[in-house]
Design a protein around this ligand. Structure first.
Ligand code: TMP
Length: 253
């Protein structure tokens, strides 16, 4: 059997050539990385959960007319996606102060922001993904003005959708990060949400208890990341029949 071609390997995912032109297969690894790769662990079952969770969010976004790269899930670790040209920016939306914003501006964690704030970071690990302004983006040509307007609109629609979904299961969406890609249709392009949407890229706090259900559990050594992600999946009904932890292989289909 011919071995399929690996197109790209990142920290948490691998991209393979897809079955048709313009498609890719996205494989979710168990590798868990923080602090620009200074902390690295393999957490059994994390890739399976993120594959399911990203499917759930991307499918939901597609369903309300927010375009994404997601086509369908293929198996427990893989999904079929549209090949896109990734814009080299990470787009962060924040509803409350946490993480680098809280630190940078000296805000208490959890402070409600006056309105959702959209920020851009350059996708460059060697530089530690520095925050950039719209001026930098325009001047260096990473994206045009129309792209910027479209990226902000996409990010805010994701925020509305995800915030509502999480609110429904008793979870506060503090902030999240997305990546955006271009799809070309002849001379025309449109922007779509790409990469993944999972607790690896969100801050999620239980509304009643404040318990963290996101990658900060790993960053801050707060307990079992697999348990936190399983709890999230359970609340969202993504793994409805699961009664034991995801790390047991029999649970996965
Ligand atoms: P920050 O507060 O560390 O800037 O993170 C803001 C959001 O972006 C948070 O939900 C975590 C997410 N994020 C990533 O997905 N990848 C990263 O490399 C970083 C630094 C943050």
């Amino acid at each position: 059997m011919a071995r399929r071609k690996k197109v790209y390997e990142g920290k948490a995912k691998i991209l393979y050539e897809g079955p048709e032109p313009g498609t890719l297969v996205q494989y979710f690894k168990d590798d868990t990385i923080a602090f620009n790769s200074q902390k690295h662990e393999v957490i059994e079952g994390k890739g399976v959960l993120n594959n399911r969770l990203s499917e759930f969010f991307m499918d939901g976004l597609n369903g309300i007319g927010v375009p994404t790269h997601f086509i369908r899930r293929l198996n427990m670790r893989e999904q079929l996606i549209r090949a896109v040209e990734i814009i080299p920016l990470e787009v962060v939306v924040r509803n409350r102060a946490a993480g680098s914003l809280a630190k940078r501006l000296g805000l208490e964690e959890g402070t409600v922001l006056p309105r959702p704030i959209v920020e851009f970071y350059l996708k460059d690990d060697a530089l530690g993904n520095p925050m950039v302004t719209e001026e930098h983006i325009a001047a260096f040509g990473w994206a045009g003005q129309q792209d910027l307007d479209d990226m902000v609109a996409l990010a805010l629609r994701c925020n509305d959708f995800l915030g509502g979904v999480f609110m429904g299961v008793g979870i506060r969406l503090v902030d999240f990060r997305i990546e955006i890609g271009r799809i070309w249709d002849g001379d025309y392009q449109r922007l779509v949400v790409a990469d993944e949407i999972s607790p690896d890229n969100c801050r999620l706090w239980d509304i009643k208890t404040g318990e963290k259900l996101d990658k900060d559990v790993f960053r801050q050594d707060l307990g079992s990341l697999a348990d936190a992600y399983s709890e999230l999946a359970r609340r969202l009904g993504v793994l409805p029949k699961m009664s034991t932890p995801i790390t047991k292989p029999t649970l996965i289909n």
